[in-house]
Design a protein around this ligand. Structure first.
Ligand SMILES: Cc1cc2nc3c(=O)[nH]c(=O)nc-3n(C[C@H](O)[C@H](O)[C@H](O)COP(=O)(O)O)c2cc1C
Length: 157
């Protein structure tokens, strides 16, 4: 088995974008969390996946939700990334969003967004892989927020 520190060091060198995943619980309350473990999965049908830690407050929500939204953050949205990963009573307080076509929050001014119907869940180690079929999407021209070696980064072009 690979050494834990080396494993982290290698994973940290895989630069990624940052998303905020949103969904609603059975009472309709919105939930969201910062997720970099997002990936495209299939073009036909259009599928994406997100990996959610079993210990996350949002794990039970993602275990039950029929849909979720993926909000891809822009370079000026670092505060949103921190907010949706941190200890705040209501992560949505003061955050602008609209209700997407599937009912999940789509945050204002994101670089891009997807709205997905959950089609599969796969337990995997200390995370669950949630697979979504994409039904709606939006994209605009701006720069992405990046995550690299444990810190935020920007495209310099
Ligand atoms: C840049 C960044 C990327 C993250 N990516 C993931 C991820 O892919 N999956 C995950 O489960 N948690 C990820 N997290 C951590 C969760 O956002 C965080 O543990 C969670 O929101 C904590 O919520 P809780 O205290 O309500 O459980 C990430 C955090 C940051 C700052």
């Amino acid at each position: 088995m690979i050494d834990r520190d080396l494993f982290r060091a290698v994973l940290g060198r895989f630069a990624s974008g940052i998303t905020v995943i949103t969904a609603r619980d059975a009472q309709g309350t919105p939930h969201g969390m910062t997720v970099s473990a997002f990936s495209s999965l299939s073009l036909d049908p259009p599928l994406v996946l997100v990996c959610v830690g079993n210990d996350a407050t949002m794990a039970p929500v993602m275990t039950a939700a029929e849909s979720f939204a993926v909000n891809v953050l822009s370079d000026v949205q670092e505060a949103l990334s921190r907010r949706f990963a941190g200890k705040v009573d209501d992560r949505f307080a003061g955050v602008g969003y609209r209700e997407g076509e599937l009912g999940d929050p789509v945050l204002d001014d994101v670089l891009a967004s997807l709205q997905c119907r959950v089609v599969a869940r796969h337990p995997a180690g200390d995370h669950v892989i949630v697979v979504g079929r994409v039904e709606h999407g939006a994209a605009r021209d701006a720069k992405p927020l990046l995550y690299y070696r444990g810190g935020y980064a920007q495209l310099d072009r």
